[in-house]
Ligand binder design. Structure first.
Ligand code: RNT
Ligand code: ZN
Length: 419
């Protein structure tokens, strides 16, 4: 059987259980997924020479990481040529591109420092998401930024956040696509604090001040991201789940909650939290990652929880309510391959969710026909999804099998290893 014939036969099988694979393919092509620039250089950026701090860590020293904007953009182009679906760029403030001699500190950043990213986005006809960078900087004082008791420190980081709102507005206006701007800090304490509320009250006030910078909420989507703990900040995190969710609920006319599936206790599932939040928030945002035992930020795979998260978006008809962004970083393997595997995995998860007879399964649940529900949920798992995936990739003009790796290895030999 040719690949086309395999697809035609799969399409028929799916049709018999009420799934229209043509519709599934068409729907997925329209959904942007944010491609995080920080996988390309181990979350370093261009505005400092220091290490990555803030309770997050990359491990590994695989050769070939990007060291300049040109290299990073070239690598991202390579990734974009190997993944199906629609990409959106996701960049951090520390990736500002400054001409020699015109250094601007984070509180002084302006749209012009990101003009090259806009040019890059326009070249590829994609939108841009943005993140203030509250880490890897000497003004992080005693591990604190927006919750610091030192007013000068706190002011500096508030001004950074405000500068980022203006830059996000610029991105949205230039690209014509809304810009999701995510606020995450690693603020916290390594050991038992004497005051938990004080830092949170300051954090609350700081984010409120950032959001007082004027922006059009249709174009700029500020998000707040929670976390359970970070390396070196095990005892207390200012931006805990309850804090952040309450903040977002209390300011739902100005910002969205963002859930990173690496930021909870290991038995907690973000797939279950997505529908919980969708009951209350018009829009939410996600960081899709793969935690192993902690927020290890492993490359996203086509695994159970990834698929379960995708299902919650698809079967709740929430594509236009959930902003999807990848957030992982592995420095121990080829970084382009890491990027591609993660992006493709999330695409697979979404496509498979679209190829599930969701309405019929829901009916079984509602009729309490749980025996049948289990049997049918299991049955659909071994349907010929691979053929639909290959067809989707074909239509997107990328390899439907692992042959894309040849391209990456060639690029590694010709470009990455020469850096
Ligand atoms: C850290 C958060 C945060 C970062 C990025 C680089 O634990 O997940 O989103 O990974 O901002
Ligand atoms: Zn995250």
């Amino acid at each position: 059987m040719t690949r086309k014939e395999q697809y035609e036969s799969a399409k028929e099988m799916y049709a018999k259980i009420g799934v229209d694979t043509e519709k599934a393919i068409a729907a997925l092509m329209e959904q942007p997924v944010s491609l995080h620039c920080w996988q390309g250089d181990d979350v370093i950026g261009f505005d400092h020479d220091g290490p990555l701090t803030g309770g997050i860590q990359t491990t590994g020293d695989y050769p070939g990481k990007a060291r300049t904007p040109e290299q990073l953009m070239a690598d991202m182009e390579k990734v974009m040529s190997l993944v199906p679906g629609k990409v959106k760029l996701n960049i951090h403030a520390c990736y500002a591109i400054m001409e020699p001699g015109q250094f601007a500190d984070r509180d002084q950043l302006e749209p012009k420092h990101f003009a090259k990213w806009v040019e890059f986005a326009k070249k590829h006809n994609v939108g841009i998401d943005f993140n203030p960078t509250f880490f890897s900087h000497d003004k992080v004082k005693d591990g604190l930024t927006l919750s610091s008791p030192d007013e000068e420190t706190r002011k500096f980081w508030i001004n950074h956040g405000k500068a980022c709102i203006r830059i996000s507005q610029y991105f949205a206006e230039e690209t014509g696509i809304p810009c999701v701007m995510n606020i995450w800090t690693g603020d916290g304490y390594k050991d038992i604090p004497a005051d938990r509320m004080g830092p949170r009250m300051r954090y609350k006030d700081s984010i409120e001040q950032i959001l007082s910078e004027p922006y059009d909420f249709k174009k700029v989507k500020p998000c707040v991201e929670s976390k359970v703990f970070g390396i070196g900040v095990e005892a207390f995190t200012a931006g805990s789940a309850e804090f952040v969710l309450s903040f977002a609920a209390a300011h739902s006319d100005k910002c969205l909650p963002l859930m990173d599936n690496g930021h909870y206790h290991p038995t907690e599932m973000v797939s279950d939290k997505i529908p919980a939040l969708l009951c209350f928030f018009p829009e939410i945002a996600l960081h899709i990652t793969r935690p192993i035992r902690w927020d290890s930020d492993h490359v996203v795979l086509f695994d159970d929880e990834t698929r379960e998260m995708a299902k919650e978006i698809v079967r709740n008809d929430a594509f236009d309510r959930v902003y999807m962004a990848l957030d992982y970083f592995d420095a121990s393997i080829n970084r382009i391959s890491a990027w591609v595997v993660g992006f493709r995995s999330w695409q697979k998860a979404l496509l498979q969710a679209l190829c599930t007879p969701n309405a019929q399964l829901k009916e079984l649940q509602e009729a309490n026909r749980m025996t049948e529900l289990m049997v049918h949920q299991e049955e659909v798992k071994t349907y010929p999804f691979g053929a639909v995936w290959a067809e989707y990739c074909d239509r997107c003009g990328v390899a439907g099998d692992a042959s894309w790796l040849d391209e990456v290895l060639k690029y590694e030999k010709e470009v990455l290893l020469k850096r």
